[in-house]
Design a binder for this molecule. Structure first.
Ligand SMILES: Nc1ncnc2c1ncn2[C@@H]1O[C@H](COP(=O)(O)OP(=O)(O)OP(=O)(O)O)[C@@H](O)[C@H]1O
Ligand SMILES: [Mg+2]
Length: 148
């Protein structure tokens, strides 16, 4: 099953993220694909808000990973962009699929070997202007709830 949702401005994407926070089960991994500026980090920001995390979610481009522990459940935000062509094991696998939290990965294809098979894929497309398309697949039971 595949669900598609279109947002028409960044605030709508934040709201979508907030809604996801109330739906996503513990231990889930989200693989966010989409071009630069598609809206991956914006969606993560919404998820963080939905979890009651007050810190500002920045693009972790300089950290690669940031863990937020002050919300309803842990949020692990990984941005693998700078790991393209990096073959060194930096121990990221320890944080992916953390049992009691939500793991969100931008540029998952750069750490393909570390991804759990059982993840939800979110493909984001820029439809022009402020319109963005979000396509959810994998994790059938979760995708179903997003469609409702
Ligand atoms: N409907 C929308 N949803 C999300 N962002 C939008 C939307 N409309 C416009 N924007 C703008 O698009 C940009 C999205 O940036 P964001 O950092 O979320 O992208 P990204 O996919 O994480 O990029 P990167 O690959 O560089 O990390 C922001 O400047 C945001 O304000
Ligand atoms: Mg980003």
């Amino acid at each position: 099953m595949i669900t598609n949702i279109i947002t028409h401005k960044a605030e709508e994407t934040i709201k979508l993220g907030e809604r996801l926070a109330s739906i996503l089960p513990d231990g889930i991994t989200l693989a966010l694909t989409g071009d630069l500026g598609a809206g991956k980090t914006t969606l993560v920001r919404g998820i963080a808000q939905g979890l009651g995390i007050e810190d500002v979610v920045q693009s972790p481009t300089f950290n690669i990973m940031k863990i937020y522990l002050k919300g309803n459940k842990p949020l692990i935000h990984i941005d693998a962009y700078r790991l393209e062509n990096v073959n060194t094991d930096i121990g990221l696998d320890e944080y992916i699929g953390y049992e009691t939290g939500i793991t969100v990965i931008e540029w998952p294809n750069y750490i393909a070997k570390l991804l759990p098979p059982y993840l939800m894929a979110v493909d984001i497309r820029n439809l022009g202007g402020e319109n963005r398309s979000f396509t959810f697949s994998g994790r059938e039971e979760v995708v179903q709830k997003i469609a409702l």
